[in-house]
Ligand binder design. Sequence first.
Ligand code: GTP
Ligand code: MG
Length: 367
Amino acid sequence: MHEALAQVRRDLGPEAAVLHTREVRDRWLGVLPGRRRIEVTASREVNVPSRLRQRTPAEPALRPQPTAQAADETKLSRQVQGQLSTLQAMMKDLCRRSKDRGRGDWPEEYFRLFTDLLDVDVGEDVARELVERVRIDPSNEGLCDPMMLKARVAGLIEDDVPIAGPIRITPGRCRLAALVGPTGVGKTTTIAKLAANFRLKEKRRVGLITVDTYRIAAVEQLRTYADIIDLPMHVVSTQREMRETVKRMDHLDLILLDTAGRSPKDEIRIQELKMFLNDARADEVHLVLSSGSGARTLEQAAEQFAVVGPTSLILTKLDESGGLGNVLPLLRNRGLPLSYLTDGQNVPDDIQTADAHRLARMILQFD
Ligand SMILES: Nc1nc2c(ncn2[C@@H]2O[C@H](COP(=O)(O)OP(=O)(O)OP(=O)(O)O)[C@@H](O)[C@H]2O)c(=O)[nH]1
Ligand SMILES: [Mg+2]
């Protein structure tokens, strides 16, 4: 091989690219193994860009120079590696593009719509269903502008997403809204945002209760917000205390109840939570989930928390999520209407009342 490569260099110059090599064996009398020969296909015409960093003239060579032959071989092997990486990338792209099982005879624009949906984290099944619904709708016949097609998908998503609206305060009656959910999804921060908005913007009488007795820091977190916003706050640790505290606060317009994050797999703690909510006689139970979780995790969490009887859903951390298509199965399958969306750590600003039109556009990354 060394000899052959030296010959290539000699005949075609140092820049020649090796395209193919193989070993050929002669046969004596058609059977006995004969001389071993190397066949090299090389060309001066094919331009294979070097993947090696070009050294500037000022940059000294730090390592001892390898022999000219070894350097050439390294260069060749890098070139081949470069070509291999390019091929791998092409294969990967092809595989992704061929995720078209069931594509049937979709025209190119519908296939493109499908891959666009995959790109924003809409699962394959949901993406296929949405594209198919747009395609078979007679009013979309002849439509091939990508933005128009996307707008049609946005319309479908909008129709599929159930909306609960914000917490509704009834004059002369104390409303109690509890927030439940897995650990660290943003329950306490969302309570602070809601409390600040109702208290400072709507001038309502708001109080806070926490049953978060597992972690002292968690109680302190809520107390800090209560102090800043200037709200009454109570910590309860037994069911009896819960009943008494709610009674004592029932002159307020709104009580927001914070709870300790439960692992969706911890059934005992979820049962315990259910008892506290019964004692609190919660009017609304908002299940809080982080939009950064995968579609499956979201659905599983909703399933595990179903026993506490959530009435609506709050999706948090929209600002952290790359694509939001992962929330679609949860919204379409669980039938739990959306109340709020949060998109940042700032209290009280980073919260909005859920809006299906806006959410659909966010999922499709329109703006
Ligand atoms: N980026 C971003 N961060 C958020 C959002 N909401 C809450 N966070 C952050 O998420 C972290 C956890 O928030 P908490 O409000 O303590 O979460 P929790 O659900 O009360 O947590 P536990 O009580 O431990 O279950 C904090 O650092 C918050 O600032 C949001 O919408 N976007
Ligand atoms: Mg908390």
